[in-house]
Design a binder for this molecule. Structure first.
Ligand code: G3I
Length: 451
């Protein structure tokens, strides 16, 4: 069902993309008219992205500001970033992201206060008593949460506390303070900013499984003890085609505990190179995740972990894998972008930019009463087994001869079909045909469509 629907959509998209393109080398489609953040708002949801502060200018900044209603600093608020030397702080990137978010009326998800990774070496290499560790952690949380008090909608207070089997991960914090470090961290964060929503965030907890059940039991017990925990973050670093079937059920069971849920780090990685089939599957995966969140009232935010493939952790961490985000490396929206929009109730009238074939018309040479024209049919992320290119001349031009295509002209309307030998246009390939024609007065380039 999913694959036939997807392929129909892909074909329709390819046809629509071709319509109206002329003399264009590539079929760059525009993003859906309604930004994701507006679609999300209409559903009472927040859509976010992880960002790198230094990149928030130009197209990256434009898209981050226009499409998303929440930003998560990918690295800027981690302990190793903000206090690389003990007592010496660097808030520059964190502050930059908070300022950008405020200027664009966006929420900020603070990430992250207590983690086993990306801590400063002075901390990890130190030898601390339990009391010292507790005091270091309390000061860190108080300093960072206090600094941004009132400016952070939600904090990932505790990040990745569990092993896959549901036991607590051995970390600086667990080993030194016991599992009580989690309740302490939440309590200290609440004291520093009582209005911020406080989350526990982990990966591989998207579906109902041993690890997510451990998280569930922890949250249940914290709630029972009156510890200030407001939400769980499901990171959702997913593999193509592997959205857990129990995702919505899992979100719902946390919601039923009385906490909010956020999908905090969504990406869907695939083996490279990407192709139209994988990109269509990825779109379906993004749709599934966003739809699961949209279906549960207490699922408040879906955040992608980088919105462009040029700003993703995946290729360096999983060699040979990538293309995990909704925009490609050149900031063109991928089918995944449209998958998100669709799950948020957006229309699919605007076709995806990839998985498309396009036709480009150009005048190669021109003389007093005649000219030679050329049309190139190109495919990227899609392919054709036959083609027909149509256009209408606006200034009385008349085709006299064509090669590598069978062209007919009726009045101003021209239609050129593939020859017997060049109907096939492979993914990443192109076919060119030419023609001679007459003109007088002017010779404007017509709009061509591919059928
Ligand atoms: O800043 C240095 C730079 O100076 C240096 O030239 C460069 C060379 O490798 O490294 C830079 O640091 C990198 C840092 O990202 C900033 O780009 C680190 O090597 C790299 O390890 C670090 O990776 C981050 C990763 O967390 C570390 O575990 C990713 O950007 C970040 O997206 C990722 O995010 C985590 C979440 O916080 C928690 N959940 C999982 C997620 C993915 O790993």
């Amino acid at each position: 069902m999913r694959s036939s629907r997807t392929s129909v959509r892909a074909c329709l998209a390819a046809l629509l993309t071709a319509v109206g393109l002329f003399a264009a080398g590539t079929g760059t489609a525009h993003a859906a008219d309604t930004p994701l953040r507006d679609l999300a708002a209409a559903k009472g949801k927040v859509i976010g992205t992880a960002v790198t502060g230094s990149k928030l200018t130009g197209t990256y900044g434009d898209l981050a500001g226009a499409q998303f209603s929440s930003l998560t600093p990918g690295n800027a608020m981690k302990w190793g970033t903000v206090e690389p030397t003990r007592g010496s702080f660097n808030w520059s990137e964190a502050g930059q992201i908070v300022a950008f978010a405020q200027a664009h009326h966006q929420q900020v998800r603070g990430h992250t206060l207590v983690w086993h990774s990306q801590n400063p070496s002075w901390l990890t290499n130190g030898s601390w008593t339990s009391a010292q560790l507790g005091s270091l952690l309390q000061n860190h949380i108080g300093t960072e949460v206090g600094r941004y008090k009132g400016k952070i909608a939600a904090w990932d207070v505790v990040n990745e506390p569990f092993n896959e089997d549901g036991t607590y991960r051995s970390t600086l914090w667990y080993d030194g303070l016991g599992s009580g470090y989690i309740a302490s961290a939440l309590t200290w964060a609440h004291a520093a900013d009582p209005d911020a929503k406080l989350y526990i965030n982990d990966y591989n907890v998207e579906g109902v499984n041993t690890k997510s059940t451990a998280l569930y039991n922890l949250v249940k017990s914290l709630k029972a003890q009156g510890v200030p925990v407001d939400g769980v973050g499901l990171q959702a670093h997913l593999v193509l085609g592997q959205v857990p079937a129990t995702l919505q059920q899992n979100i719902q069971r946390f919601a039923d505990l009385g906490v909010d849920v956020a999908v905090t780090e969504l990406d869907v990685r695939m083996a490279l190179p990407a192709d139209s089939t994988k990109l269509a599957q990825q779109a379906a995966d993004f749709t599934s995740v966003v739809a699961a969140c949209a279906a549960v009232a207490r699922c408040v935010n879906v955040t992608v972990w980088g919105f462009t493939d040029s700003d993703s952790w995946v290729p360096s961490t999983f060699p040979g894998y990538g293309a995990a985000t909704p925009y490609d490396e050149n900031y063109a929206p991928k089918p995944a972008y449209h998958g998100i929009a669709e799950a948020l109730g957006g229309t699919t009238t605007t076709p995806p930019p990839t998985g498309a074939c396009t036709a480009a018309y150009s005048v190669r040479s021109q003389w007093n009463a005649g000219f030679t024209g050329q049309v190139t049919v190109s495919c990227s992320g899609a392919s054709l087994s036959s083609w027909q290119v149509n256009w209408t001349y606006g200034a009385g031009q008349q085709i006299t001869q064509a090669w590598n295509a069978a062209c007919t002209q009726s009045g101003a309307a021209v239609s050129c079909r593939n020859a017997s030998y060049n109907g096939s246009v492979p993914d990443g390939g192109s076919v060119t045909f030419g023609f001679n024609a007459s003109w007088s007065g002017s010779n404007p380039v017509p709009t061509v469509s591919l059928g």
